[in-house]
Design a protein around this ligand. Structure first.
Ligand SMILES: [Zn+2]
Length: 392
């Protein structure tokens, strides 16, 4: 173990009200020990010059799919995680109660990245899709048991409120998932955005079931069951959910993020809490690409660097009730740190509809510290790395 000094970076830490301050960050073994204006480099084994780089608490991806080796679309946690500037990943229900054991037995020990999980209400998670074909695929008691027995690795219960059971069973499927989240003392994460079915959607009925701390994901989906009605108005149940303190997550995935929906919602006062990827293997190759590119998308939508970092650090930590331990650079905490670079250029970023936005700033990972270990980023999702496409 060693001592590392990050020297000369521009620090953002919303949890400590630090915004764009030039500070050095000292790390001893696995912990952050000091943030100060000019720390003497003499006593450090390693001094890393991060002048003009952004130094942020380790990014948190609140929704991605990392059941690597178990689900065919699962990325390795370190691909979604430390290889991409992210130190904590939350699996969005890749496993259900019957096949969850692979996480603690194989996936977590094989990962440098901190892995947390939502357990899917469908018994087999997302190993077969659609994952809910009838109520036979749901066992509230077993789901509750697996969530309870695997705390704190498990953080909640997941359901995709999409067909075919939306049509055959209706809101009952969400009620059962909510029950498992209550019985396990955790939270519910609900996917909105219909992918399979022409029939009924549940969004109007399910939003009132969500309490403070529950998470609605894919809020900017352009698909049926989204938050915008046919008159281009945000549905009132969604506004009420925002007022109650339901966490509003923007996961992208392959099908569920539209700049037009985002703009319509933002113009009407929707304030998303968190930015996440919903990363999968195909999503990394063809649509969402990476968490840094998600951040660049939000810069293109007009958010500030401070905003996008807050939405992937302190806000995401709060969403997990972990604000004391992750998502901040407070001395004494685990040294989970993302050093990022802002690269000027004429970039363009895309949504799932093929709509492009231009932006003159893109974010790419520079180095990542996980529990004090220094990790350089992987090669990135594009042939040229992490930066988005350039405008023609
Ligand atoms: Zn997902």
């Amino acid at each position: 173990m060693s001592n590392t000094l990050l020297k000369g970076g521009i620090v953002y830490d919303a949890a400590q009200n630090i915004k764009k301050q030039r500070l050095d960050v000292a790390v001893q073994d696995t912990k952050i020990t000091e943030l100060a204006v000019d720390i003497d480099p003499l006593n450090f084994d390693e001094v890393i010059d991060v002048t003009s780089k952004i130094v942020s608490p380790g990014l948190i991806d609140l929704h991605c799919h990392v059941y690597h080796g178990f689900n065919s679309t699962g990325v390795h946690p370190d691909v979604a995680g430390v290889g991409s500037g992210v130190t904590t990943v939350v699996d969005g229900g890749s496993a259900g109660h019957s096949n969850f054991g692979g996480f603690p037995t194989y996936v977590v020990p094989d990962s440098k990245t901190r892995v947390l999980c939502m357990v899917h209400i469908s018994s087999n998670g997302l190993s077969v899709m659609p994952e809910l074909r009838s109520l036979d695929d749901i066992d509230v008691q077993e789901t509750t048991r697996v969530v309870r027995e695997n705390r704190p690795l498990t953080q909640g219960v997941k359901i995709r409120a999409i067909g075919p059971t939306t049509e055959t069973e209706g809101i009952n499927i969400v009620k059962l998932a909510k029950q498992a989240s209550i019985d396990s003392g955790t939270r519910l994460m609900v996917h909105i955005g219909e992918l399979y079915h022409d029939g009924k959607t549940l969004t109007h009925e399910l939003l009132p079931l969500l309490d403070i701390g529950d998470i609605v994901t894919h809020i900017f989906t352009p698909n049926r069951g989204g938050i915008i009605d046919s008159n281009n108005k945000v549905i009132p149940e969604f506004i009420d959910a925002q007022k109650r303190g339901v966490t509003l997550d923007t996961a992208f995935g392959r099908y569920n993020f539209s700049f037009d929906v985002a703009r319509t919602a933002l113009d009407q006062g929707v304030v998303p809490n968190t930015i996440s990827t919903d990363l999968t293997l195909p999503g990394r190759e063809t649509s969402v690409y990476s968490m840094p590119e998600m951040l660049t998308r939000f810069l293109a939508l007009g958010f500030s660097i401070g905003d996008v970092l807050k939405m992937t650090t302190s806000n995401s930590a709060k969403a997990l009730d972990m604000a004391d331990t992750i998502g901040t650079l407070k001395p004494g905490n685990e040294a989970d740190i993302s050093v990022l670079e802002i690269v000027d250029g004429d970039w363009h970023v895309s949504d799932v509809k093929g709509v492009f936005l231009r932006t003159n700033k893109a974010i790419r990972p520079y180095i990542t510290l996980k529990s004090g270990d220094i990790i350089t980023p992987d090669l990135g999702p594009h042939p040229w790395g992490f930066l988005p496409n350039q405008s023609l």
